[in-house]
Design a binder for this molecule. Sequence first.
Ligand code: PMP
Length: 348
Amino acid sequence: MNYFRKSIHEMSGYVPGEQPPLGTKIIKLNSNENPYPPSPKALKVLQEIDGEMLRRYPDPTGKSFRIAASKVFGVADDWIVVGNGSDDLLNLIVRAVGESGKQIVCPAPTYVLYRTLAEIQDAEFVEVPYPDDYKLPVDLLIAARGAVTFVASPNSPSGTAISVADLEKLAKELSGILVIDEAYVDFAEDNALNLTKKYSNVIILRTLSKGYSLAGLRLGFGIANPALLAELNKIKDSYNVDALAYAVGAAAIADRDHKTANAEKIKASRAKLAVSFKELGFDVWPSQTNFLLVRPPNGDAERIYQTLKVRGILIRYFNQPRLEDKLRISVGTEEQNQILVKTLKEIL
Ligand code: PMP
């Protein structure tokens, strides 16, 4: 097939986690979904959607959702851009900046999509290795001179926190854009939202997929100064987010109590699960997310992944450098976590 650009032929493409059909009897701990249902207030909005809303095109800028989000985050609504999940916004940023001859930089290992997006644009993709303790390699990132630098904060798949002071140093010293991908921030102790006000090159990305239990809705948003967003909005698909997502998302984001209560439950389960893994002899990285990166005794991660799958428990195995002896496991409900630990005891 030589219809496509050379870079498309050559790239391997992003491979998402397995998403078995609804109703499949499995314990799904492979995509860092929230194990608890979305806000009842959001589900009520969904049930009451009327046909007129669907007959018309949605507002291209998602004003109603931006106003709801602006109240929660204390930023004006023109500091917010909407996306079909935060993946859509990552794509938008790379499309706006990336081209041959420009560097797209991130610490690694991290979210693999950054690489795919850079390759699509023929940009040079530069990975700066994280040390084993996952402290952000700030000076090396600055030296890599990215037109865009991506930092997932907290990081995935390590789950580790990134210090806001380190992010601030990056923001100050980079000449390019700093994307702080806060997909997992709802389970973390700190966030970098304030940096958007101090540094015009910073954009924060958030999603409703994790903290708000709405991965299937596909709604994410970015926060940055309006001048930066104006450039992105020039090339954003006009109707990248649908009317259902705006309406349900606005109700979900306003229901802070629901999100916080679920996040607290998940954080408590995360701590218990980490203890269980350590008792089983696993190495466990300190997590500020709704998942754990663990290294099984003897490092036989792939065998454990396969055996759990046969037993109906899906977790994530990354066959890539520095991760091939590790597993990434989403925190489930207490019941799911107990079954996971019991099954691991049997198969180890
Ligand atoms: N960033 C990171 C670090 C992620 O792990 C994910 C989820 N795979 C995303 C962004 C994208 O999330 P979504 O598109 O569902 O908002």
